[in-house]
Ligand binder design. Sequence first.
Ligand code: ATP
Length: 274
Amino acid sequence: SQERKRKKVGSSDLTFNEIGGQDSAKQELIEALDFMVRHEEIKKFGIRPIKGILLTGPPGTGKTLMAKAAAQYTNAVFVAASGSEFVEMYVGVGASRIRDLFKEARTRAAKEKKDNAVIFIDEIDVIGGKREGGQQREYDQTLNQLLTEMDGIFTSETPRILLIAATNRKEMLDSALLRPGRFDRHIQVDLPDKKGRRHILELHAKNKPLSSEVSLDKVAEESYGFSGAQLESVMNEAAIYAMRDGSGEISQRHLSMAIDKVMMGEKTDRQSTE
Ligand code: ATP
C-alpha cells in the first residue's frame, strides 16, 4: 500500500509536450489553468472561480497524463485517487478517505512550500453517480463529503486546490457535481485522429531503435480507432517482436504484427466479459 501511495503522490514532472495529439483538450485545459492562477483579478472582478475541471472521454486517451501535466504547469503538488478506492463496505469510510485526500494535498503543499495542489480523482462516476431513491447510501455520504470539500475550496487561500476528475461516463454523474461552482468546466478528451496517433507513436518511439524504413504515418493509418494507451502497447509489442527475432531494430512488419496483436487482445478481452 505504501508502494502504491508513493506512485500516486508526488510532484509531477510530466509536461504537456509529452502528451500526443489532444491539441484542443490541451489548449482548453491550459486556458482554464491560466485563468485559475489569476486569483487576484478573479476576485477583483467578482468572477466565480473554477473549482473543478472534469475530463471526459474513452479509457486510455491521456486523462491522467493531462492531470499530471496540469500539476507540473501550475507548479503544484499532485495527489491522485481513483473513485473505486472510496467504495467500502463500512459506512463513513469513503467519506473519511475523501477528507484525508484533501488534507494530504494541503499538508504536502505546505511541506513542499507550494502554492498550488492538484487533486486528481479518476473514475469519479463510481462515487459521483446519480443518487436515486435511497439506494447506495454509503456512496451518498462519500459524494456529500466531496461536495462539502469542494464548497470549502477558497481560491484565495494557499494552497489553492485544483480538483480534476475524470470519467468515461459523464451521463452517469449526479447533477450536484455538475452545478456552477463544482465541476463546471468540462473538457472532452477523445480518441486521437490520425495526426494525433502519429504524434503519440512518435513520443513512444523516442527511446526505441526504429528502422529507417518505418513509416509512422502508415502505422497511424493502420491503427484507426486506437487510444493512446493502445498505441503505447503497439510500440512496446513491436519492440518485443524485434528483440525476439534478433533483428536489432523495429521494422514496419513488427509494427503491423503489433497492431494485429493489440487489436486481437482487445477482441478477446471484450469476448471474455460478454
Ligand atoms: P483511463 O480512463 O483508463 O484512466 P486515461 O485517459 O487516464 O485512461 P492515461 O492513464 O492517461 O489514460 O493513459 C494511459 C497510458 O497510455 C499513458 O501512461 C501513456 O503511456 C499512454 N497514452 C495515453 N494517451 C496518450 C497521449 N495522448 N499521448 C501519449 N501517451 C498516451
